[in-house]
Ligand binder design. Sequence first.
Ligand code: F3S
Length: 282
Amino acid sequence: MEVILAKQAGFCFGVKRATHLAFEAADRKGETYTLGPIIHSPQVVQRLEEMGVKVLGDVNEADAGTIIIRSHGVAAEELEAAVSKNLEIVDATCPFVKKAQEHVASLSQAGYDVVVVGDADHPEVQGIVSYATGKVYVVGCGDEAAKLPRMAKIGVVAQTTQSFENLKDVVNACLAKGGEIRVYHTICDATAVRQEEAKALAGKVDCMIVIGGFNSANTKRLAEVCSELLPRTHHIETASQLDPTWFSGVEKVGVTAGASTPKWLIDEVLDRIAEIDREKIG
Ligand code: F3S
């Protein structure tokens, strides 16, 4: 079997940085916490737990030690609470998310009503919104933006994983809402690049394996876009979930992984596929 690994499989820049900072903090010993799971990879979270890093639901559960802020950021109040408790802070917020937070703060201060394009339930959006000091609205699409009230000055910022098309739709709708609009392009293309590459790969193989947390939205989306093109697509978290029957009659296998999937999990899957291939021949 020929196995083709997508070039952009696995960690994006922000997740790689956050994971590195978390393992570095864990190595320093002492009480160490993350606010929520550091990334959407149960296996990475488990490794950190084995090194003594505890996952907290609330900053008030920690009285001393180090707190690691996850890659998609936290709300301003949570950060302030950590500072006021004198916790040591390792801020692993992705610099792209940080930029979106800063733009919201500066737009608010300059008197703009802020429109955040994104999913209101996502922690990244909740974090971004918390930096507004004036009016702020979250809209998921242009149709929702069309229902916004009229505003004198509108500032638009997007959740980093939004599509460019959706941002354009919202901006278009906002043009009818106010006299002055300032737009910040805060989209990170890591997700789109992974999806495009996965689609291209799914179009030229017989079977696709997508690796990543079942709780990872970007991995689930990768599996969806692949299975639309290739029904023989399987989403797994670890090598042990590979089923040898998936590969019967398969000549080419494509492998990709979500932005929160570590390299060691990808390597284990590649090794297991090679083993299954040897068993097929033998
Ligand atoms: Fe950052 Fe983009 Fe990854 S915003 S966390 S580099 S998907």
